[in-house]
Design a protein around this ligand. Structure first.
Ligand code: ADP
Ligand code: MG
Length: 296
């Protein structure tokens, strides 16, 4: 990354001026940002991210943060002598793992993000799916991707039944920045671990967001040779699923992204959260970053 101090003043002015049409276009619009677990382990990147969120809010947009926490959950499990297991990109969640997930996401990770945003001058409020009845869920029925007669038991992994965005809207109207942990609750008030990309995708749809930006730990979606795919249609995605190019955590990410794109979210991007200020560059400059997901 070029150091901002090395850029000539003229170029700096040009970059700033370029942001104006985007600030105008996105004024009052909701931006759902998924902050990936793997892109949020570096303290400097965390601080940059918090500043970017506050900047978006101050220029009149409505950022909503949904966070993950894969590495942090993995660390906590390791301390208990457990190791995470994944099936088709989803973390197998037994009762003990659920406790760890809830504690790490809602306790540690969410509160870190809230603290950093507040330090940067924003007013962040942490929520889980339980708060204000935000995310109702049920146990996910996971069908094997190759053999539709086979079903996997992934424990307390949740499937979203309904999102009630009223608590998010109320916070936005009061100038707060919602920071959401992807935990849902069921009919008996039981907790569910939901993939954060899936929550972000659905939330973007329900909030009629202008944009969904998924920050992750790769430059975007890569092809079999490791080359960045800058633009993907639903049809191309079907092909990548079928030939195994997309696997692991990228499976729910693409599903969440495609869902949002198909349900009216204007632009959906998977970008590299390891690049400082990548989200700001995506939203406020004409340059395209990462992979754009199109509904057709
Ligand atoms: P996050 O915390 O951002 O959700 P995940 O580990 O869940 O991170 O998902 C991102 C990971 O998906 C990448 O680090 C990579 O290992 C994996 N992945 C699988 N297929 C692809 C692909 N085609 N392009 C990019 N990443 C992929
Ligand atoms: Mg993930």
């Amino acid at each position: 990354m070029t150091d901002i101090l090395q850029i000539a003043p003229r170029d700096k002015a040009e970059i700033l001026a370029q942001a104006l049409p985007y600030i105008r276009k996105f004024h009052g619009k909701t931006m759902v940002i998924k902050y990936g677990g793997n892109a949020m382990t570096d303290p400097e990147l965390q601080a940059d991210f918090a500043e970017d969120i506050v900047l978006l809010k101050l220029v009149g947009m409505n950022p909503v943060v949904v966070h993950g926490g894969g590495p942090q959950i993995e660390q906590a499990l390791n301390r208990l002598g457990k190791k995470g297991e994944f099936i088709q990109g989803m973390r197998v969640t037994d009762a003990e793992t659920m406790e760890v997930v809830e504690w790490v996401l809602a306790g540690e990770v969410q509160q870190d993000i809230v603290g950093l945003i507040n330090q940067a001058g924003g007013k962040a409020v942490g929520l889980t799916g339980r708060d204000g009845g935000l995310i109702r869920a049920r146990k996910l029925k996971m069908i094997d991707s190759k053999d539709p007669t086979k079903e996997h038991d992934v424990g307390q992994v949740g499937d979203i039944v309904e999102i009630d965005p009223s608590v998010v809207k109320a916070l936005q109207d009061d100038q707060f920045i919602p920071v959401i942990s992807p935990i849902g609750f069921g009919e008996a008030n039981e907790s569910y671990n939901i993939n954060a990309d899936v929550v972000a995708g659905k939330l973007a749809t329900v909030l009629k967001a202008e944009k969904l930006v998924l920050l992750t730990n790769t430059p975007g979606v890569l092809d079999k040779q490791g080359k960045l795919l800058t633009d993907l249609s639903a049809q191309e995605i079907d092909g990548l699923f079928a030939d195994g190019t997309i696997s692991g955590g990228m499976l729910p990410k693409i599903s969440g992204a495609l869902d949002a794109a198909r349900s009216g979210v204007n632009s959906v991007h998977i970008i590299d959260g390891r690049v400082p200020h990548s989200m700001l560059l995506e939203i406020l400059t004409e340059q395209a970053y990462g992979t754009m997901i199109r509904s057709r």
